[in-house]
Design a protein around this ligand. Structure first.
Ligand code: GAL
Length: 481
């Protein structure tokens, strides 16, 4: 379901239950307004009922039932590429240029932290500063994370007489440039957020601040993106609440935005990553790769006030399966991570992280970095998992086997005959899952390594089988001989 429907879901589960293809199971688990960290309850301001067609939608079944869904055929070896081709000769340089608007500064999908999942609309300079400090002290920076992304809530939609954005001085002393400078001073990159329409999500669905009319960039694209660039931002996420409400055409709006970013970069010399956030509406995987670095493929992974839930993670993973859209510098985005957030065990955090890594998805943590547990840190900073995610071929893992919800995903990695393999159990009991080397496009003999346990399992013939607990996974590196 799309963003607007998601908020309607939070308020009226019956609405969702009436929609086909929706992931209704999650609606029942929402604790609207129950998140003490952000305070306040969502308020739709009476406008939500007019928006949100049910589109995009996950492909998994609701209610925690095993899903054999997913957009991909279980097509066998050819879907992961033969061992000799590894998908042809993809560029590994991250230099694939789409006109200057999409540079990520490295070849892999963006890695960082974003404020939305833990703080919603309540962000201020001091909140972002504290998280940026913890970003460094917790080891995320050392592990390769770069971006500190300010999501919705920084702006109440006000402008001066020249149309320049104005912010609340007590929340953002020194304006937005000051926080960008602070983030840069830590050796990190800074991200900001707006909406493609006139009014942003903070108008339609306020979360901790009064409704913010005018909190979108429509009518000011050139002015706002130049402003973001001048303030020093390196990344901008552009949401779709206003665009959706106004019935704008996604491709047209985001192409205009990309052009404005290119113009801004030409003036300031600062590249700015464009993150398209229209929740998979109007199939962005068909047009966003040429104008952006990343594009959301589904609704939110967690709703305001909700808790972490595998029944949101798995549908978002499924909805992001568009392997032909992905290439170095251009990534399907199943949404920010909820690793380490309330409701998830260590095993669930690992599975979530592994799903994103096998996809080559952007890794934007959303937990509170200044209070994260050692376990959470170990998941977010696991260097082998990060290396899979950031593999320079940028190929998306694809499903190569599925026996009633016992699934095998394979991702072609750089090097010779290397695969990242995820064995995912979507059934309600523990079961043995077998990775057949032929399904991975490999020959009869291969060595196997368990990534999370960092254990070499030696050389195997034709396959590797292991018992996987219910709704759990095993992440492997399989290297053909
Ligand atoms: C949603 C978006 C979320 C978050 C939120 C802020 O539309 O998908 O990731 O940015 O808006 O209101």
């Amino acid at each position: 379901m799309n963003r607007a429907a998601s908020w309607i879901a939070a308020l009226t589960p019956a609405f969702v239950l009436g929609c086909s293809g929706g992931d209704a199971s999650s609606a029942g688990s929402l604790a609207v307004g129950g998140d003490t960290s952000v305070g306040g309850a969502p308020n739709t301001g009476g406008t939500s009922s007019t928006r949100g067609s049910m589109t995009g939608g996950g492909t998994t079944s609701a209610g925690g039932l095993p899903s054999t869904g997913g957009a991909l055929a279980t097509g066998g070896a050819n879907s992961t590429g033969g061992s000799s081709t590894a998908g042809g000769a993809p560029s590994t340089g991250g230099s694939k240029s789409t006109g200057g608007a999409t540079s990520t500064g490295n070849s892999g999908p963006p890695m960082g932290w974003a404020s939305w999942n833990s703080f919603a609309g309540t962000i201020t300079y001091s909140i972002i500063k504290a998280q940026a400090d913890a970003f460094v002290s917790s080891g995320l920076k050392a592990a390769g994370y770069q971006y500190v992304n300010i999501d919705e809530g920084w702006w109440q939609g006000t402008r001066d007489s020249s149309g320049n954005i104005t912010t609340i001085a007590s929340d953002w002393p020194g304006g937005m440039q000051a926080i960008a400078d602070y983030i840069h001073g830590l050796g990190l990159k800074a991200g900001i957020y707006t909406d493609a329409g006139k009014d942003g999500c903070g108008y339609y669905y306020p979360t901790g601040r009064p409704a913010a009319p005018g909190s979108g960039s429509e009518g000011h694209y050139d002015q706002d993106f130049l402003q973001f660039s001048k303030w020093g931002f390196d990344f901008v996420k552009v949401d779709w609440c206003g665009g959706n409400s106004e019935g704008l055409d996604s491709k047209t709006a985001y192409t205009a935005i990309s052009t404005s970013i290119q113009k801004a970069t030409a003036q300031t010399g600062r590249p700015m990553v464009l993150s398209v956030c229209n929740w998979g509406n109007q199939s962005p995987w068909n047009w966003a790769p040429s104008i952006s670095t990343m594009w959301r493929t589904s609704g939110d992974i967690i709703y305001y006030g909700g808790t972490a839930d595998m029944n949101r993670v798995l549908p978002n993973f499924d909805s992001a399966q568009h392997p032909t859209a992905q290439s170095p510098g251009h990534y399907n985005d199943p949404d920010m991570l909820i690793v380490g957030m309330t409701g998830f065990s260590l095993a669930q955090n690992r599975t979530h992280m592994a799903l994103w890594a096998i996809s080559g998805a952007p890794l934007l943590a959303g937990n509170k970095l200044d209070s994260m547990s050692t376990d959470t840190k170990s998941v977010l900073t696991n260097s082998e998992v990060i290396a899979i995610d950031q593999d320079p071929l940028a190929q998306q893992g694809v499903k190569v086997a599925d026996t009633g919800g016992l699934q095998v995903y394979s991702r072609v990695l750089s090097g010779t005959n290397r695969r990242a393999v995820l064995l995912l159990n979507r059934t309600t009991s523990a079961a043995t899952i077998t990775a057949r080397f032929a399904d991975l496009g490999l020959g009869a003999t291969a060595t196997v390594r368990n990534v999370w346990t960092a254990t070499d399992l030696g050389s195997r013939t034709t396959s590797y089988a292991v018992s996987v607990p219910t709704y759990d996974s095993v992440l492997l590196i399989v290297t053909g001989g």
